[in-house]
Design a protein around this ligand. Structure first.
Ligand code: ATP
Length: 272
């Protein structure tokens, strides 16, 4: 079994010390996680995690099953309260706020199980995440409703779903459902996207489209944090990697450094 997370060892930079790396700098921090912990009864799912999500990059959360990745997302988005610690979004704490309020402030999220409205069409699924006020007619120029439909068209075009506009989510292929989940996030105008395994199970063409789309969005100013298990995807996608294990943040840094750390690889592959 490989002792490394990445194959490209020749490009690796040396890891200082034993290999566990701390946070680098605090430039352009959009989301600040400070000393966050979560206990479920006797289980400490997240243990004193501090991590900054920097603007305009893709940070990937990796770690073995049960490491606490989804729990971390759940605390950022207000789905579960932390036992201790804080999360600041653009300088303001989100702790205690309802998920819908946090979403409205600009943090959007996808789920592993996608959570689409399966009996609604693709278009309807996207419209549900748009502001209700958008349906009102405004004097002068195009109605807001018309502008919303234009936006839906653009999103469908970019996600390759134009032909599926009036298809029920239920009748979509797996990759199309994944793209619909992404399309719904695109419709929210959020600044931070938290994506839970967005590329898992995609065929090569869909995967390439996904990568292209994500890079375009990041170029336009979106900040992304992704939970991902597939190392090929992690290698291709990450600007930065945060490595969690048993609720602890073991490393946070450059992909090359993290992916070539034998100690982390041993944990990832269950060889410790
Ligand atoms: N609501 C809950 N109640 C009790 N235990 C929970 C709850 N949610 C998560 N856990 C436990 O907390 C730990 C971390 O779970 P979490 O789902 O965050 O891990 P993960 O890194 O996302 O795992 P995976 O990669 O398998 O999805 C696990 O041991 C899990 O069983």
């Amino acid at each position: 079994m490989s002792t490394q997370l990445n194959i490209a060892q020749e490009t690796a930079k040396p890891v200082p010390g034993s290999g566990f790396i701390g946070s680098t700098d605090d430039q352009d921090v959009l989301l600040e996680i400070s000393n966050l912990s979560k206990n479920f009864g006797g289980l400490q799912a997240i243990n004193d995690v501090s991590l900054n999500l920097r603007a305009g990059i893709i940070t990937t959360l990796v770690g073995p099953n049960g490491a606490g990745k989804t729990t971390l997302f759940n605390m950022i988005t207000g789905h579960i309260p932390p036992t201790e610690g804080n999360v600041h979004w653009q300088g303001e704490s989100v702790i205690g706020k309802a998920p819908w309020k946090i979403a409205r402030q600009g943090i959007a999220r996808t789920f592993q199980d996608l959570r689409l409205f399966t009996h609604m069409t693709v278009e309807e699924n996207i419209l549900t995440v748009m502001e209700p006020g958008s349906w009102l007619w405004q004097p002068g120029g195009k109605s807001r409703k018309a502008r919303r439909y234009d936006k839906v068209s653009q999103i469908l075009e970019r996600t390759g779903l134009t032909d599926k506009r009036h298809t029920r989510a239920l009748d979509l292929a797996y990759a199309e459902r994944k793209f619909l989940s992404l399309a719904r996030i695109m419709a929210t105008d959020s600044r931070l996207w938290l994506l839970d395994e967005p590329a898992s199970g995609l065929d090569p063409n869909s995967y390439n489209l996904f990568l292209r789309l994500l890079r375009e969005e990041v170029k336009e100013g979106i900040t992304v944090c992704i939970i991902e298990h597939n190392l090929d995807i992690v290698v291709n996608i990450s600007d930065r990697i945060a490595f969690l294990d048993q609720g602890k943040l073991l490393a946070d840094g450059e992909p090359e450094t993290i992916l070539n750390d034998p100690a982390l690889a041993a944990i990832y592959f269950g060889e410790r």
